[in-house]
Design a protein. Sequence first.
Length: 293
Amino acid sequence: MIAMEAPEDGGGPLTLEQAASALGVHYMTAYRYVRIGRLPAEYRNGRWYVHPCDLAKAARTKRSRPVNGASQAAAPGPGSDASTPTVDLMLDRLLAGDAAGAWLIVENALLAGSPSDVHLEVLSPCLRHIGDSWARGEISIADEHRATALALGLIGRLGPLFARRGRHRAGTVLLAGAEGDTHTIPLMMVGDQLRGAGFSVNQLGADVPLDALVATAAGIDGLLAVGLSASTAPAAANAARAVTALHRRLPGVPVFLGGPAVHSEEAARELGADGWAPDAATAVSLLSSLESL
Ligand code: B12
């Protein structure tokens, strides 16, 4: 425990105990707020100090809705302002490159929600926000890369939490990024969520050459469907070529499309696909609907 210290006159810094008392929370809760970036604080001479003006931000955050409720809520669409206190905190930690702080936020979120909620309600809005900020020139490429590298690590740590103990479904889903598309995260999320729903997933990751994709698909016994991701316009054009080649080689196997460059069911159908989903949770519903056919 740190010793109490009187704040300086005129709204000077508070010790963490004083800040905790002002917020009406336990000292350890205030420390956790500091650790995850909810409460800005400065570490000097072995003690944490909080500026009184930052208390209001932490107090607002304390009253705001937690990460759960996500399962009922629709996943935020591309470009939507999906800001919540948890998203704001995660964004802050991702941009700061603070892996430990970011993981604490994930752990907190998991107390209230599922790994799928963390994907869709916390990490996806952060990544979209980061992409938009980069496109507007507000953050550098290095900032975006640092945040993405950290997000990849978080998604990797979340992966085993999607392990399915219950019923496994028949057939395998092949997932791949369109040729020339280096975006890995969308596929990881879709793959983990499908595994969590009991599907066997053959995950090829990003940027899969057309010939390798078709040869792999042809070699899978019990191939249920192929899911292709396209984040950019050139990748969407390559995905369309892949759909044609897969249909020709494997008639009857549905090919689904998704990703930021395929905006709607209509756009996916125009590219030749048999279906589309805006996010990983809807991708699970899409694949599940095949069972009832
Ligand atoms: C991280 C990132 C990168 C990283 C990728 C690193 C990695 N290892 O993954 C790097 C730095 C490499 C990168 C590069 C580029 N990127 Co980039 N990138 C992003 C960013 C910030 C996050 C991507 C992400 O993980 N999103 C989170 C996921 C979960 O969301 P999602 O992609 O929408 O996926 C969900 C759904 O779409 C759906 N889904 C996705 N795939 C599939 C597939 C199926 C079958 C189904 C059913 C559903 C489905 O489910 C997913 C989960 O819910 C996005 C911003 C954004 N809006 O996403 C830009 C973004 C995708 N990138 C963009 C651009 C322009 C580029 C570059 C061209 C930049 C450049 N000038 O070099 C290059 C292209 C490289 C290439 N050849 O592919 C643009 C694309 C715009 C467009 N539509 O054309 C975006 C949208 C940024 C922006 N706002 O402008 N990028």
